[in-house]
Ligand binder design. Structure first.
Ligand SMILES: [Zn+2]
Length: 116
């Protein structure tokens, strides 16, 4: 009698734990983590922001101008640009798919791929 109760408890505990792990993996796995960088309508770079552990910067230059892109864990920003409006720099870092960073003069778009 006592033995049965013990196994019942163990199984329900494992079941709850299993559900918890599943939900945890689901939450960390998807939901807007890949940043796509488009230049003049072409996809030039895809970065998995959740995989970034050490922040880094790189430059995207084209015939239109250049932008310095700062990548950190879960976020991406344009920190320097030689465009006349500086809108892309002023926007700061983005961490979700709500609003993409657009540098109109340089035809540069950075958007985080959001899960539907
Ligand atoms: Zn700009």
């Amino acid at each position: 009698m006592k033995q049965t109760k013990f196994w019942g408890f163990l199984f329900s505990a494992l079941f709850i734990l299993g559900c918890g792990v599943f939900l945890w993996l689901k939450n960390t796995g998807d939901a807007g983590s890949v940043a796509d960088i488009w230049l003049d309508g072409e996809l030039i770079e895809s970065i998995d922001l959740n995989a970034v552990t050490i922040p880094y910067e790189f430059e995207v230059s084209s015939e239109y101008g250049s932008n310095v892109i700062h990548v950190s864990h879960g976020a991406i920003a344009v920190t320097e640009a030689d465009c006349p409006d500086q809108i892309c720099v002023a926007q700061g870092a983005i961490a979700d798919s709500a609003i993409p960073i657009v540098c109109m003069p340089h035809r540069l778009v950075i958007e985080i791929r959001g899960e539907p």
